[in-house]
Design a protein around this ligand. Structure first.
Ligand code: GLU
Length: 379
């Protein structure tokens, strides 16, 4: 088999982005039949242990239609108004379809709306809050449906397109794979409309300069400016070790076929795996603000299994760290065994430890001090 058609195994944490053009039917309404197909496929993957975040566009387009406007508005204030009207219609559509498909298949699947602005993605504390929200929804078996909060995003802070948003969500959540569903098959090395010998790109490295050059030169890749945004999104996603597949959402069972490692669409691979990227991010970006000294049991759990650190494993603490700061974990021999982002500030941790020592009830929010996803072992 052509090695380009070979698809490596990817993990089960996926961000799937569906663009406005796919979500709308020719009448300017939500394409409910397509939505039902994608959601059925997603539901089947969730049953197999996949963790999926959906990024859905469409609010502005659907809202404009409801307002009786001829197309997507160009004025910012009108776009905000359209998004405000359209976002609830969009979510209503998702709710309705999930309700329909769950009667026919599987156990109930609920969805939760998560609207992000660039603040959540730039500010570290809000960033971690957003991560926590996604994590909690997924732990409860809820499908998070993310969009930009277009009703309040103004030009200076707008992310603008949902390809970028989806890549940032992939970074935020350390996804293994970003799936960008579009109405094109993927990338070609030249415009097949003018170059009959244009080759389809099955597989390339995310961030390769030639891809942006091709996309940026206009028309050398199939699609509109949209392909450049997708190529850039793949490069961005690759920073957290996330690979990207750009594929045609109208192809039969496209999501399931990607999961089966079939050569669907264009795969843009990240150079480094997710864990290595996270480790690099944690060790490069942040200064250590404190130390947590662990008892032998907690140290062994962290050292051997990379387990989350729980309140009762801490013997002593040092430093005036704040929530979301990077702290070291020290084992009973004084050796640093891991680093991670702490969920409580130093004073609250002290208070909770005192409560624990006195045998008092400790709030459930204080029990996990460092989530396993936010820790890197030191060796
Ligand atoms: N967030 C926009 C919306 O929901 C879509 C942006 C895009 O199409 O990329 O309408």
């Amino acid at each position: 088999m052509d090695p380009a058609l070979d698809r490596p195994e990817v993990g089960k944490k996926w961000v799937i982005k569906i663009g406005s053009s796919l979500l709308m039917n020719g009448m300017g309404r939500l394409a409910e039949d397509r939505l039902a197909e994608w959601l059925t496929q997603i539901q089947s993957l969730l049953q197999q242990g996949y963790q999926i975040v959906l990024v859905s566009s469409g609010a502005i387009a659907v809202g404009a239609r409801r307002m009786g406007w001829p197309g997507k508005p160009t004025q910012l204030a009108d776009r905000q108004a359209a998004a405000s009207v359209g976002q609830s219609i969009l979510m209503h559509g998702y709710e309705k379809i999930l309700h329909q498909i769950q009667r026919e298949n599987y156990r109930p699947l609920h969805c939760g709306q998560v609207l992000l602005t660039h603040e959540e993605l730039r500010n570290r504390s809000r960033y971690l809050n957003a991560r926590e929200t996604l994590r909690t929804l997924i732990e409860h078996g809820v499908l998070p449906i993310v969009n930009e909060n277009d009703a309040i995003s103004h030009r200076a802070i707008q992310l603008g397109d949902n390809d970028t948003l989806a890549a940032l969500v992939a970074n935020l959540w350390d996804a293994d794979l970003l799936v960008l569903l579009t109405d094109q098959r993927g990338l070609y090395d030249a415009d097949p409309r003018t170059h009959p010998d244009a080759q389809f790109i099955h597989r390339a490295r995310a961030g390769e300069a030639r891809l942006e050059r091709l996309a940026g030169s206009g028309g050398s890749l199939v699609g509109t400016g949209g392909m450049l945004a997708k190529v850039k999104a793949a490069a961005r996603a690759a920073r957290s070790g996330t690979s990207t597949i750009i594929a045609n959402g109208l192809e039969d069972r496209v999501i399931l076929r990607i999961a089966n490692q079939e050569a669907v669409g264009t795969l843009l691979e990240a150079k480094i795996p997710v864990l290595a990227a996270r480790k690099r991010w944690l060790s490069d970006q942040l200064r250590v603000q404190g130390e947590l000294h662990l008892d032998a049991g907690a140290a062994a759990a962290v050292d051997e299994e990379g387990a989350s650190l729980l309140l009762f494993g801490v013997r002593a603490q040092q430093g005036a760290f704040r929530r979301s700061d990077l702290v070291s974990r020290i084992d009973p021999t004084g050796r640093e065994i891991a680093r991670g982002l702490v969920t409580l500030d130093a004073r609250l941790l002290e208070h909770c430890r005192a409560q624990l020592a006195a045998g008092e009830e400790v709030s459930a929010d204080c029990r996990i001090l460092i989530h396993r996803d936010d820790l890197v072992r030191s060796r």
